[in-house]
Design a protein around this ligand. Structure first.
Ligand code: ZN
Length: 173
């Protein structure tokens, strides 16, 4: 397993719409192993393949927040089937937008479908952190970031901050 570099804002790759996975191959298994390794190393509770620069509809999740009892999940081609009317606000962050957290309102519960690494289609309902995480990660597959839900003022502010940081990095300062 390899820890891969995480794509950081304002990299435009984060705005790509990822392609469905057609077949679970060894390359896909290696990719998902690397995604889990990268996610745990960061550390984060979710990662989309595009966040390591691969535009495929794959998400890894582990909301257990426990190093001793990990509950890794690999969601291939995940889709939201239903969302509750009821909303909940959660303070979100993103490995591609490091050290920035803001409250985002999303549906409280979701029902979603995905394929696992054995090629089995699974339907599941989730609430709490899992519901937020699944929605946040599936957004990544569609080029959507959590900052898109914030006011334009807040979004502009964070974009400016990360653009400046990228420029500094590029100039080696
Ligand atoms: Zn994210």
């Amino acid at each position: 397993m390899t820890i891969r570099p995480i794509v950081i804002l304002p990299d435009l790759k984060l705005r790509l719409v990822s392609e469905p996975v057609k077949e679970i191959t060894d390359a896909i298994r290696t990719l998902t192993d690397d995604m889990l390794e990268t996610m745990y190393d960061a550390p984060g509770v979710g990662l989309a393949a595009i966040q390591i620069g691969v535009p495929l509809r794959i998400v890894t999740v582990d909301v257990s927040k426990s190093e001793t009892e990990r509950q890794p999940m690999v969601l291939i081609n995940p889709e939201i089937l239903w969302t509750s009317e009821e909303k909940r606000t959660y303070e979100e962050g993103c490995l591609s937008i490091p050290e920035y957290y803001e409250e985002v309102e999303r549906p409280d519960r979701v029902r979603f479908r995905y394929m696992n690494l054995d090629g089995k289609i699974i339907e599941q309902e989730a609430g709490e952190l899992m519901a937020t995480c699944v929605q946040h990660e599936i957004d990544h597959l569609n080029g959507v970031l959590f900052i898109d839900y914030l006011s334009k003022l807040k979004r502009d502010r964070v974009m400016t901050k990360f653009k400046k940081a990228a420029k500094r990095e590029a100039s080696g300062a």
